[in-house]
Design a protein around this ligand. Structure first.
Ligand SMILES: O=C(O)c1cc(=O)[nH]c(=O)n1[C@@H]1O[C@H](COP(=O)(O)O)[C@@H](O)[C@H]1O
Length: 235
């Protein structure tokens, strides 16, 4: 894969000032940033605009999951903000994903990448059982990845643990974006299906979404640097 910007730093902060303070320590030539539900709910489109102003490509992670029309219009709003990538939940189904995809075609010829979350990396088999799904996360991830690709989307969010088996069933250009990344010495927290940055790169993750191991580190830039070194060594 030619893309050298493999890391997406999750700016999970409660306000724009903290998020931009972190962004100012990052190099937009080396990584991308993610704006998620907490930051966007507090700071809105202004924070996306500010990050664009600093030269960052933004993954707007609002994981839309609604009826086809509502999801499509929300995805349109994201594309009109000029974000690099936006996501929906694959469990919203084929018609929802196709509606979102078609809407993006109309906005900017689908320049904005559209991906779908399969099974959250914080979930394990028991969580699926609670939902009435008596299968391994990998099986559900495969099912949703097939559905996502055949609905015309650009990729999925999954655990790096699932990347190898997924590569065998999706096309080479399909994006496999993996959160749940934990350097060997990092706290696991609420994540369940995790991998180290090096392992994720070796497995073939397209992009690594990393939040707390960088943003909660004593010196975030040093933590990022160590991760970058690990990625370089793995490549
Ligand atoms: O869509 C996502 O980005 C996402 C999907 C998923 O399955 N798991 C997951 O952790 N994420 C996001 O990835 C980030 C991971 O952050 P850390 O666990 O702090 O590294 C968070 O912002 C999550 O919202």
């Amino acid at each position: 894969m030619n893309d050298t910007k493999r890391v997406i730093v999750a700016l999970d902060y409660p306000d724009q000032i903290s998020a931009l303070k972190m962004a100012d320590q990052l190099d937009p030539e080396k990584c991308r940033v993610k704006v998620g539900k907490e930051l966007f709910t507090r700071a809105g489109p202004a924070v996306v605009e500010a990050l664009h102003g600093k030269g960052f490509e933004v993954f707007l992670d609002l994981k839309f999951h609604d009826i086809p029309n509502t999801t499509a219009k929300a995805v349109r709003a994201a594309a009109e903000m000029g974000v690099w990538m936006v996501n929906v939940h694959a469990s919203g189904g084929r018609r929802m994903m196709e509606a979102a995809r078609n809407e993006l075609e109309q906005v900017n010829g689908a320049q904005t990448l559209l991906i779908a979350v399969t099974v959250l990396t914080s979930m394990e088999r028991q969580d699926l059982a609670d939902l009435g799904l008596d299968i391994e996360p990998l099986e559900q991830v495969k099912r949703l990845a097939r559905l996502t690709e055949s609905s015309g989307l650009d990729g999925v969010v999954c655990s790096a643990q699932e990347v190898k088996p997924l590569r065998q069933i999706v096309s080479p250009g399909f994006q496999l974006v993996t959160p749940g990344i934990r350097p060997a010495d990092a706290e696991v927290g609420d994540q369940k299906r995790i991998m180290t940055p090096g392992e994720a790169i070796i497995a073939g993750s397209t992009h690594l979404v990393i939040g707390r191991p960088i943003t909660r580190a004593e010196v975030p830039v040093e933590a990022l640097h160590r991760i970058e070194q690990e990625i370089l060594a793995a490549r």
